[in-house]
Design a protein around this ligand. Structure first.
Ligand code: 3HC
Length: 704
């Protein structure tokens, strides 16, 4: 957009109205801050203007700085335009509809009044991008709503609703007027003569109590440090909030400016910016017109009331989408519904859901026992036992009963979509919607494309996933699809390193130090060791050269299936989820190693990390080579949201570039020599290494 069109200024009823417009979300592009500064000067110089309104066009206020501008020099900063708004001699009213985020909210905080609609969403999400608010947000927000509420908003990066913002004092007025501009002009006229102007930068009332209570700040700092884990930005934000309480405004502002500049170009911020754009990129299907708008899924059905089916039904209900859960056996249905209720009850117990809201969500889930009852649903997600013949039967039934145009989705994690599509007379309507356990918690929905799946079906499945609050990415159909297929080699290496002398606790420690919330063995104890057991048996039967994983197989055969049986990779005390290393596991490992004649040695932490992640980088390259993902960044999105890969590392492929494709390729070739075919290097990895390129830029072969 031409900078001259980014900010409009006009006078209406004696009020200078400054409208910013930069679709879709009015991010602060170069020229916008300058436009605001100029408009404030014009209004202040015009004797016919008594007050100003700052408003965004197109249903949003301002969603923050343009993230693409970070890391580049900017002539005028939010700090500058905020200073001018703050200093205006005539009152400025921020009129907020939609998003007021980051630099957007900082502009609103520098205004003297804030009026918003019920659609307003206000927040300072900078820490999610590895930075802190840099336009005075860390100084003004605590002065306006108090340090505790400010720390909560800034450190979580979450968006506050209009109701909450009003309660906090972030909004002065919540209007239900249909014309926000007109309401804001009226409001501006009503406060035009009030003096002194209520400048947030000059307020001291909300920080006075904290200034006199160092213990409160100390406990706030500790709680932020606990939540920050591997991230720098939340701690820096907290230091600035403390300065807001303890020092004059201008000093706090200087500190904020210094810390912002240090963080902006740090690795953490670069990786988090990459992740932001990777997520948005994943929503795009190459070759499909951006203008196509899929119909939303307004009613859904889930086949199978097991753990996955129940989790998916909860995710629908959480998103306000009515869902029918179908299970032919009465007993299994009752058990499934009971588990769903327990999941909601646990949330009520934790305080994250009110009992009334729980009942509302439960009411959206209807249990049914026959296929005819789901015929009218817009989408159906099959989540039955992972066996081809059962899936084929289910899809045959769905084809008979479902209304024309319904999308038929499978939550299979490995079975070829085409097999299920072939059981119907509408293969174009069939796709995968692969959720990750627990489906109501994990954010990833891997949308899987069969060879006949239509673009319309893919788009609708993606929209359904997004409406469920998921992050979607598309994979092609192959064993394990893109996410699990690229992760399996890492899991294989975790198991095989045990045979060589590493221990679960050491491997878990290395991966947690890397940034995972839990190590792979602790996670496996939660998900259940038996889940992958069947898949391994299937692969072993299909492939005589398959390298068996004896240690986990034996543990499963001993009944050690993880937390649910009180023991798996670790031992658990009744009623306690803390993992304890178990000598029984060491004995199993020692027995397997001795039977296979594998010598024992020690591993250093870097070898563990590289062995695990390089195996997956190599496989991810093969996924791209085979055209089973569109882009390397889609694989990163899958790892971030399906497997808890640390976000501040960007994603598997982004991280790989920090090591270097060349180094990874050389190591993979070496391990190929040593360990054989499972380390066969990917041609794509070799090509990127030879060209000195970046893996994160790799794209999949056309045929996805
Ligand atoms: N900068 C650049 N582009 C942005 C942007 C931003 N701040 N916010 C959104 N966009 C782009 C997206 O990349 C996307 O582009 P595309 O269509 O080409 O892919 C488009 O706008 C629409 O965005 P979404 O698909 O994300 O739309 P949603 O409706 O799902 O979400 C949103 C809207 C909640 C505003 C979300 O886009 C978002 O969270 N944006 C980032 C907000 C943010 O972090 N702001 C703070 C920036 S840091 C800052 O302000 C520093 C200051 O303190 C100085």
């Amino acid at each position: 957009m031409n900078p001259a069109q980014l900010v409009r200024y006009e006078v209406a009823d004696g009020v200078g109205v400054v409208t910013v417009e930069n679709p879709p979300v009015n991010a602060l592009a170069p020229g916008m801050r300058e436009g605001v500064i100029e408009a404030v000067a014009r209004a202040n110089a015009d004797p016919d203007v008594r007050a100003l309104v700052l408003i965004g066009a197109g249903g949003n206020f301002i969603a923050g700085a343009d993230i693409r501008q970070f890391g580049t020099a900017r002539a005028v900063s939010t700090r500058d335009s905020a200073k001018v708004l703050d200093a205006s001699e005539k009152p400025v009213v921020a009129a907020i509809d939609g998003y007021a985020l980051g630099g957007g909210l900082e502009h609103a905080l520098a205004c003297h009044y804030r009026i918003g609609t019920a659609r307003a969403k206000l927040g300072l999400p900078e820490v999610t991008l590895g930075i802190i608010p840099g336009g005075g947000g860390t100084q003004r927000l605590p002065r306006l709503i108090g340090p505790e509420a400010a720390a909560d908003l800034i450190v979580s990066g979450r968006h506050a609703s209009a109701d909450e913002a009003l309660r906090l004092g972030l909004l002065d007025v919540l209007t239900d007027a249909s014309d926000l501009r007109a309401a804001a002009i009226r409001y501006a006229r009503s406060v035009a003569d009030v003096r002194p102007l209520p400048r947030v930068s000059e307020r001291g009332d909300r920080i006075a109590a904290a200034a006199a209570d160092p213990a409160m700040l100390e406990s706030l700092r500790k709680s932020v440090a606990r939540k920050a884990r591997h991230l720098k930005a939340p701690l820096e934000a907290m230091a600035c909030i403390e300065a807001a309480v303890q020092r004059p405004f201008d000093e706090g502002l200087l500190l904020e400016q210094r810390r912002f500049a240090e963080l902006e170009n740090a690795d953490e911020a670069k990786a988090l910016r990459y992740a932001f754009f990777a997520e948005r990129q994943a929503a795009k299907i190459p070759g499909v017109d951006k203008g196509q708008t899929p119909q939303p899924v307004r009613s859904a059905a889930v086949i199978g009331a097991g753990t996955m089916g129940g989790g998916i039904a909860i995710a629908f209900a959480d998103a306000g989408i009515p869902v029918k859960i179908l299970e032919v056996s009465e007993e299994a249905l009752t058990r499934g519904m009971q588990r769903i209720r327990e999941t909601f009850e646990a949330r009520v117990k934790r305080g994250s859901l009110s009992p009334a809201e729980m009942e509302k969500r439960l009411a959206r889930i209807q249990s049914v026992r026959d296929y005819e009852s789901i015929a009218d649903c817009d989408a159906v997600v099959e989540a039955v036992f992972e066996r081809i013949d059962i899936k084929q039967q289910v899809f045959g039934r769905l084809d008979t009963v479902m209304k024309p145009g319904a999308v038929l989705l499978t939550n299979s994690s490995a079975i070829d979509i085409d097999v299920m599509a072939a059981a119907t007379r509408r293969p174009e309507d069939v796709a995968g919607a692969h959720f990750f356990a627990p489906a109501n918690v994990m954010k990833l929905c891997e949308v899987v494309r069969g060879s006949s799946t239509s673009a319309a079906t893919l788009l609708r499945a993606m929209k359904m996933g997004r409406d469920m609050g998921k992050i979607c990415a598309i994979a092609g159909s192959c064993d394990g699809f893109a996410a699990n297929r690229s992760r399996t080699p890492m899991m294989t290496e975790t198991m095989l390193m045990l045979e060589e002398g590493a221990r679960p606790a050491q491997i878990d420690k290395v991966m947690m130090a890397f940034g995972y919330p839990l190590g792979p063995f602790a996670v496996n104890d939660i998900s259940g060791l038996d889940v992958s057991y069947e898949g391994r048996k299937r692969r072993a039967a299909a492939d005589p050269g398959y390298r068996k994983l004896h240690v986990p197989d034996r543990l499963v055969e001993m009944g050690r299936k993880g937390q649910k049986t009180g023991a798996g990779w670790y031992r658990y005390e009744p009623g306690d989820r803390a993992p304890h290393p178990d000598p029984v596991v060491d004995e199993v490992i020692a027995a397997v190693a001795s039977e296979l004649g594998i010598a024992q040695r020690s591993f250093d932490d870097e070898e563990i990390l590289h062995r695990l992640l390089f195996a997956s980088v190599n496989e991810a390259c093969k996924v791209l080579e085979d055209g089973k993902a569109y882009r390397a960044s889609d694989i990163d999105v899958m790892w971030l949201h399906g497997f808890g890969f640390p976000r501040h590392r960007g994603g598997l492929m982004y991280w790989a570039d920090t090591v270097g494709a060349d180094r990874i390729h050389r190591q993979v070739c070496e391990w190929h020599e040593k360990y054989g075919r499972r380390w066969a290097p990917s041609a794509l990895l070799g090509a990127v290494a030879a060209a000195g390129g970046r893996l994160r830029d790799a794209t999949g072969k056309e045929s996805t």
